[in-house]
Design a protein around this ligand. Structure first.
Ligand code: AMP
Ligand code: FE
Ligand code: FE
Ligand code: ZN
Length: 284
C-alpha cells in the first residue's frame, strides 16, 4: 500500500484559521491525507463539528488543542492530542483563558485608538468566526480599514511582541498546561521546538527535561519551518528521551498564505506511522 500522510497541527475558524472545522476535514480528505488533528489555540470548540464531518466523510480526525504557556525567552506552545473534550477541568481552564482574552482585547483597542487608529472591538470581533478573538483578527480589521497593507505589517508595526499595541496574554505555566492535557487523558507534545531552541541547544535540552518531568509525551519534530538539519537534531533528541515524534504544518488558511495543508511549504511528508505510535502510548 502507498505511503499514507497526516497533518497533526491545523487551525480553524474556532481560533485563527480561515477554514471552518468541517471545511478542513473535507479539504484534508481531498488532499489525500489519511488523518488530521485539529489544534486550535486555547480552544476545543471546533472539535465537535470536525468530528461530525469526519464521521460523515469516513475520515480520521484526532481531537486536539494548542495551549500557549509562559516562557520568558520566546514562545512555548503545548499541543494536546486525543483529549477527552468533555473533561470538566479542561473546559474550565479553557473558559478561564477566554475570560482573560476578553479583558486583554479592549486594552489593545485602547492602545490602537491612542495611536490614532480608529478601530472598534466590534470590527475586530467581526473578523473572528469562533469564540477566540486574538491578534490575527486585530490585524485583519486593520488591513480592512486601510491602516496597514498586510497582516504581517500589522504585527511588525503594532501587534508584535513589544510593539506599541501589544498587550501580553495571560498564560498557564508549562507545568499547568502539560498536566491539564494529561489529566484530560490527552498526550502532551511540545510544538515547533525551533521557536524555543533560539536559546542554546544545551539550554533547550534542560528545558525539555523539565517538561518531561511534568509529563510531556512527545516532540513536534516535523514542522513547516524546520530545516532538514533541525528536523534531524530534534529527531535525535526525541529518541534520546524516548519521546513520541509528531509532525504538522500549522496550517491557518489565508492567515498564512504560503503554507499548505499537509505539505507546509511543499517539502513536508508526515508518515501515518507516527499516529500509530501515539496510539500505542495512549490507553483508550
Ligand atoms: P494571540 O494568541 O492573540 O496573542 O495571537 C497569536 C497568533 O497571532 C499566533 O498564533 C499567530 O497565528 C499570530 N501571529 C503572532 N505573531 C505573528 C506575526 N509576527 N505575524 C503574523 N502572525 C502572527
Ligand atoms: Fe495562530
Ligand atoms: Fe504555535
Ligand atoms: Zn499552531
Amino acid at each position: 500500500m502507498a505511503q499514507q500522510y497526516i497533518d497533526l497541527h491545523v487551525h480553524s475558524t474556532a481560533s485563527d484559521g480561515t477554514m471552518s472545522p468541517a471545511q478542513l476535514v473535507r479539504y484534508a480528505k481531498e488532499k489525500g491525507l489519511s488523518a488530521m488533528a485539529l489544534t486550535d489555540h486555547d480552544t476545543i470548540d471546533g472539535v465537535p463539528e470536525a468530528m461530525a464531518e469526519a464521521a460523515k466523510q469516513h475520515f480520521e480526525l484526532v481531537p486536539g488543542v494548542e495551549i500557549s504557556v509562559t516562557y520568558p525567552k520566546g514562545e512555548m506552545h503545548i499541543l494536546g492530542y486525543y483529549l477527552d473534550i468533555a473533561s470538566p477541568s479542561l473546559m474550565q481552564a479553557l473558559q478561564e483563558l477566554r475570560r482573560h482574552r476578553d479583558e486583554r482585547n479592549p486594552k489593545m483597542i485602547a492602545c490602537l485608538n491612542r495611536l490614532g487608529l480608529k478601530i472598534t472591538m466590534e470590527e475586530v470581533a467581526a473578523e473572528a468566526r469562533g469564540t477566540i478573538v486574538g491578534r490575527p483578527h486585530f490585524a485583519a480589521a486593520m488591513v480592512k480599514k486601510g491602516y496597514v497593507l498586510t497582516l504581517a505589517e500589522a504585527f511588525e508595526k503594532y501587534l508584535g511582541s513589544g510593539k506599541a499595541a501589544y498587550v501580553p496574554k495571560e498564560r498557564l505555566t508549562p507545568e499547568e498546561g502539560i498536566k491539564l492535557i494529561r489529566e484530560a487523558d490527552g498526550l502532551a507534545v511540545l510544538a515547533h521546538p525551533k521557536y524555543m531552541a533560539a536559546e542554546s541547544f544545551a539550554n533547550f535540552e534542560r528545558t525539555l527535561q523539565n517538561l518531561i518531568s511534568y509529563g510531556l509525551n512527545g516532540l513536534e519534530v516535523y514542522y513547516s519551518e524546520h530545516s532538514s538539519a533541525e528536523t534531524q537534531a530534534f529527531l535525535e533528541i526525541a529518541r534520546k528521551y524516548n519521546l513520541l515524534v509528531t509532525g504538522g504544518t500549522d496550517f491557518h488558511g489565508h492567515n498564512k498564505p504560503d503554507l499548505q495543508l499537509g505539505i507546509g511549504f511543499g517539502e513536508l511528508h508526515i508518515p501515518y506511522e507516527l499516529l500509530e505510535q501515539m496510539r500505542t502510548v495512549k490507553t483508550f
